[in-house]
Design a protein around this ligand. Structure first.
Ligand SMILES: Nc1ncnc2c1ncn2[C@@H]1O[C@H](COP(=O)(O)OP(=O)(O)OP(=O)(O)O)[C@@H](O)[C@H]1O
Ligand SMILES: [Mg+2]
Length: 550
């Protein structure tokens, strides 16, 4: 229905919105948004922690994804509700910023909203809740920094503990040790030392995957892999001390843009025509050979005849490499991507110690190893099925991000819910000094943090209430690192080697609080009509008597 503003002086209602626009306001809008966000949090809660379950997501075309990665679950879920979409966004942001904690952030945001709902029920205005949450967030970040340990960025043992912690929660947990080593090797290879510490660009690490063999066969290669085979069987399959030409134009006779017709009447003319084509192709190959290149990577096609000439000259050639691979190759080998063959000189060539075609499963791939720039690395993931390989890729991504996080900011906290309980108990003490309603909001925030240990306990089949009571008691006695032991009970997480980057925990707290506040501040949802009629926010939970509209 179009929105009508209260009658004007003349008694006529004024329509300000289009026909079909839906609008919900005040508490109704707030409750509906909170309910939707809570559903999202509830959905991913069961996948948190080392005993978390996986989800099987089936896309509309039937593609199946099996994962317990929060960001991936939410991305694949195709969520429609606008407030629920904000939860998906926050998970994505966390993934982009720190690479891990994408489930925790959503679960925490959900519990913050649940606590806010309780406060709203006590007639505390959302502005006060938002302010209280903001103050509590700042304090919580301070407490996290107080309990964090500073480590050395090159401390392999610590990097390994953190990488193993993050991978222990994934399908690949059996192989976490070996995968952690690979992640550390890769990150340390591409890390650049600057005045302010290390800088790591995770995009410098290329990840390739191929179903087959087992995860044990996953390897780091110092160089680049092209998922293409050598174009001609007569070419060498291996070249040492490779000088690599990177060409961005086709090694083919150019076709005219318009339809041309030539009349051939005599056999000699036919021969002359073909000879000319041959001559042009030979000329192209000669230019490559003259530059002293012994490997050619072409972004476009290579004519059969040109392949033959290249093979005769002992050049190993690959065609139709992707643009991103060309860029990576240029960076790794120190070569330049040349568009016009006439411009190709020896100076444009890149260098690699070894270029070789190897069989990976049923395919043949070309490995370019020992590059000029040692910062070029590739992780080649293997595994039983494509589902395993896909999930392994996501887990290695988490591992790489966690190692990067610590190398860039060398501070860690113990995991297993221990920082959440510690920060929560310190927040409760701090909140006592606050006055009235703000205190209630701060306490709500402190209690919300306990959702993480409680979810870890629940997923491990333990009684969350028992565990929380024991955890609070342990922290009360000064056991800062007491956390949820997945096999049952409460243990010192630092002793168990369960560590996580400080930046991940900071991001979780910051982002969860941000999205919860954002959702709380909304008191009016105006949705334009959509052809599918999906624009209107779904109805919230049934209204109680006290929830009548403002
Ligand atoms: N061995 C362990 N014992 C207890 N808790 C653990 C252990 N390993 C990891 N955890 C805890 O599990 C939680 C992380 O779980 P999980 O990796 O499933 O979620 P996430 O990191 O929030 O999201 P995602 O990894 O999907 O981005 C952290 O709180 C971490 O401390
Ligand atoms: Mg994780």
């Amino acid at each position: 229905m179009a929105e009508a503003i209260p009658a004007t002086i003349s008694g006529q209602p004024v329509l300000i919105l289009k026909e079909g626009t839906s609008r919900s306001r005040g508490k109704e809008a707030q409750r509906s948004n909170i309910a939707a966000a809570k559903v999202v949090a509830e959905t991913v809660k069961s996948s948190i922690g080392p005993k978390g379950m996986d989800k099987m997501l089936v896309a509309s075309f039937g593609d199946v994804t099996i994962t317990n990665d929060g960001a991936t679950i939410l991305k694949e879920m195709d969520i429609e509700h606008p407030a629920a979409k904000m939860m998906v966004e926050v998970s994505k942001t966390t993934d982009n910023e720190v690479g891990d904690g994408t489930t925790s952030v959503v679960v925490l945001a959900g519990r913050l909203l649940e606590k806010a709902e309780e406060l709203l029920d006590q007639n505390i205005h959302s502005t006060i809740i938002v302010d209280g949450y903001k103050a509590a967030t700042d304090k919580a970040l301070g407490f996290l920094n107080e309990i964090a340990l500073t480590v050395k960025p090159e401390d392999r043992a610590m990097l390994k503990k953190a990488a193993m912690t993050t991978m222990a929660t994934k399908m690949v947990s059996e192989n976490k040790e070996m995968l952690a080593d690979i992640a550390i090797d890769a990150v340390l290879k591409v890390a650049q030392k600057t005045k302010e510490g290390y800088k790591v660009d995770i995009d410098d690490i290329k990840v390739e995957k191929k179903a087959g063999e087992s995860i044990d066969e996953t390897k780091m290669i110092e160089g680049i892999i092209l998922d293409k085979e050598v174009v001609h069987s007569g070419m060498p399959k291996r070249i040492q001390d490779a000088k690599i030409a990177l060409i961005n134009s086709a090694i083919e006779v150019e076709k005219t843009e318009f339809t041309a017709k030539i009349n051939i009447e005599k056999p000699e003319e036919m021969k002359a025509f073909l000879d000319e084509e041959e001559r042009v192709l030979k000329g192209m190959v000669d230019k490559i050979v003259a530059s002293k290149a012994n490997v050619l990577v072409c972004q476009k096609g290579i004519d059969d005849l040109a392949q033959h000439y290249l093979a005769k000259s002992g050049v190993l050639a690959v065609r139709r490499a992707s643009e991103s691979n060309m860029e990576k190759l240029a960076k790794a080998t120190g070569g330049r991507v040349v568009v016009n063959l006439d411009d190709l000189t020896g100076q444009d060539l890149g260098y690699a110690k070894n270029v070789e075609e190897r069989k990976i499963g049923d395919d043949k791939w070309v490995f370019i190893e020992g590059c000029k720039n040692p910062q070029a690395v590739t992780i080649l993931i293997r595994g039983g099925t494509s589902k395993v390989v896909d999930e392994a890729e996501r887990s290695i991504h988490d591992g790489l991000c966690v190692v990067r996080d610590i190398v860039q900011k060398p501070c860690v906290v113990a995991g297993g819910g221990s920082p959440e309980v510690e920060v929560s108990s310190r927040l409760k003490q701090w909140a006592e000094k606050l006055s009235g309603k703000e205190q209630l909001a701060a306490l709500g925030f402190a209690e919300a943090l306990e959702v993480i240990p409680s979810a870890l306990a629940e997923n491990a089949g333990l009684d969350p209430v028992d565990i929380l009571v024991n955890l609070r008691a342990a922290h009360g006695k000064g056991d800062t690192y007491a956390g949820v032991y997945a096999e049952g009970g409460v243990r010192d997480m630092a002793k168990l080697g369960v560590y996580e980057p400080l930046v991940v925990k900071e991001q979780i707290v910051k982002s969860a609080s941000e999205v919860a506040s954002m959702i709380l501040r909304i008191d009016d949802v105006i949705a334009a009509s959509k052809s599918g009629g999906a624009g209107a926010p779904p109805k919230g939970p049934p209204k109680g008597p006290e929830e009548s509209e403002d």
